[in-house]
Design a protein around this ligand. Sequence first.
Ligand code: ADP
Length: 476
Amino acid sequence: MRRTLYLKFILAYVIFGIFGFVTITTLVPNLTRDRLIREKANDLYSEATLIANTYASGLYSSETTLETVKTQMDALAIYMNSIIRIINPSGRLVMDTSRPLNVDDVEMIENFDSTITGSSYYIVDNFFGSFDTDVLSVIAPINNEYVIKGYVIIHYGLDKIEQSTNGLLSISYITLITLLMLSVIILIFFTEMVYVPLRRITKATEQYAAGNMKYELQVDSDDEIGYLAACLNFMSSEIARTEDDQKKFVANVSHDFRSPLTSIKGYLEAMLDGTIPPEMHEKYLKIVLNETERLTKLTNSLLTLNNLNIKGMLLQMTDFDINQVIRSTAASFEGTCLNKSISIELLLTGDVLYVHADMDKIQQVLYNLIDNAIKFSHNNSSILLETSEKKNKIFVSVKDTGIGIPKDDQKLIWERFYKSDSSRGKDKKGTGLGLSIVKEIITAHGEHINVISTQGVGSEFIFSLQKSGKNDVVVD
Ligand code: ADP
């Protein structure tokens, strides 16, 4: 493709050159010649009229002699580089500046017709056969007392016009060659500004198609081509980043699946080959069960994340009471809380507090946050669930007095599979997916979630929700 584009441009350039040359060699000479003939004829006709009205009419009114007129005409003819003739209406030559006439001989221009020029005032031919080649002739009548006594005819050689035409033509050729040379500059510009960058872009896209997303495209112009190159660079870096993320994701998933599977396999084999005695089976079966629970949780989380992505978050927005959802979600943790002697306190604004959101997804958010709060809380502590209202927003907070999150980790906890080092010991079932699900859901609602945490003191997760108009109806 790229070669033909360049060839096309060269071809257009050559066609332009050929057309220019053909035009100049055909059209220009004819036009120039016609124009020069017309101009010369115009001059000659003025001269002929002047002669006819002065010297020649004097001749017919016998004011002057033929010799005197001839001398004057000869000088004028030399000056004008032409031949001046005076002819009677019958065609008889009275005077000819190109040669002396024999007074005894009657020299006629055969078939002379003064109307030969037609509507024009000049004619280009051999003038009734009196010349071997074509000449430019103008005819001006000599009037004496309203009678045409004769004609002044001036002949001008076409070879002189031809010379002028050729002179002008060579100027046209020089102009054409200069133009062609100047248009090479356009060719150079095209090559540097379009062709070379296009070649680089094509090469880069070939590299991207071959999977080399790290290939760097170097086009430093700030025009449309530069913008296209910048877009391509951005696209490739985004694809490369997504590929890296995907690889990391698969590596994390495989790792998180492999460790519970390895321990399940290890315990089961040990039980089968008797390394673990039957009386200890119950203890180890509980561990195996724990591991399978972890696998189930991991699979469910992955499925949830996948669904969130696939649906581009098709939210089923309804108006519901967030206080009620918080109460019921907290209640589902009763058993776990009892085991750790953790109490959940509720500080809810109003009896009912309607929000406009996807209820199931918000329930999932609350579930993940409360689950984390319990997981990372010490025994005999309490967790506070709070709702508050500000402008058109409802804020939900889940606050614990647990281990807290180190400052450096606080930005990373939203990433998939992220588990802080301090949590690993405490939370063996953790998948590192809970908070990324939370973040995706809240972001899909167009809302925000933040964490305030101090290591060793506790953490508070606060997210916003859109307040429902239903609250006002209820209050009234
Ligand atoms: P996991 O399923 O492992 O809890 P999450 O995405 O929910 O995954 O959390 C990621 C990490 O964030 C946890 O491993 C933990 O280190 C930290 N974290 C989340 N919630 C809390 C909390 N309430 N207190 C302390 N650390 C927390």
